[in-house]
Design a protein around this ligand. Structure first.
Ligand SMILES: C[S@@+](CC[C@H](N)C(=O)[O-])C[C@H]1O[C@@H](n2cnc3c(N)ncnc32)[C@H](O)[C@@H]1O
Length: 239
């Protein structure tokens, strides 16, 4: 995980008012072009294997930032949770409900459109436009490739905004894919990414729970040899 820049937003501006990700148009274009290699065709195995370690009651409310059209939303709902995602692209949100044969109800919530069906709600729009009042109660966060989808210069503001959305005692279950050469230079696959510690350590303990190495081809250079990628699960527990 790359190190975040130490950007600060002016103190008189709230993160909600001051920030929007500069990559928004790129992500919207990815969905229009169907360049969505990040989308997993099965439920994330680290989620299935380790989610119960959070010991959440079944009816807990789980927030899934930058959710795409992930099947993980369905799995979490299957555990009995109330699931709330947020996703920028209306193409992704529509595809999630259509591909899973769900018939959502839509309504305007602040600056976002909320699509909901049964235990799953997805807010469509920029996460920085989401307020704690829109989102409602949250007991845990599931982040798979959410923090790392944002440019490094936006991550400090994203974490500040996340803190404003969730209660103090809310754990975060974070799954990321990391290039080992970029982790912390020691080549130790058990090293906790420095950036995660810098972003979250004031409020959470950060535990690296599991690492799954795999070799993956670059979809933009399929002829190049597959590169080692480390899929890491971090459990962030409130201090
Ligand atoms: C790397 S993908 C991960 C998607 C999903 N978590 C998964 O596991 O498939 C990142 C997603 O975040 C969405 N996204 C990017 N910036 C966003 C923002 N500012 N607000 C809401 N969603 C955003 C993108 O459209 C994309 O679907």
């Amino acid at each position: 995980m790359r190190r975040a820049a130490h950007a600060r937003f002016p103190e008189h501006l709230s993160p909600v008012a001051a920030v929007s990700s500069p990559d928004n148009e790129l992500w919207l274009q990815c969905w229009r072009d169907r360049s969505t290699d990040f989308h997993q065709k099965t439920v994330n195995p680290l989620l299935v294997r380790y989610w119960q370690s959070l010991n959440l009651p079944a009816k807990s409310r789980v927030f899934v930032p930058l959710c795409g059209k992930s099947l993980d939303l369905l799995w979490l709902a299957g555990q009995g949770h109330q699931v709330a995602g947020i996703e920028l692209s209306p193409i992704a949100v529509r595809a999630f409900f259509r591909e899973n044969r769900l018939h959502p109800v839509r309504r305007q919530v602040g600056r976002l459109t909320e699509w909901s069906s049964g235990q799953i709600r997805i807010f469509c729009g920029d996460i920085f436009a989401l307020t704690a009042a829109d989102l409602g109660p949250v007991n845990a966060v599931y982040d798979r490739a959410a923090l790392t989808a944002l440019p490094e210069t936006t991550r400090i503001a994203y974490v500040a905004h996340l803190h404003a959305l969730i209660p103090v005692m809310c754990p975060i279950f974070l799954v990321s894919a990391e290039d080992p050469e970029e982790s912390d230079g020691t080549a130790s696959e058990q090293a906790i990414a420095e950036e995660l510690l810098a972003l979250y350590a004031g409020r959470f303990t950060v535990d690296l729970v599991h690492v799954v190495p795999s070799y993956q081809s670059d979809p933009e250079a399929p002829e190049a040899p597959p590169q080692l990628v480390e899929h890491k699960l971090y459990r962030l527990l409130p201090i």
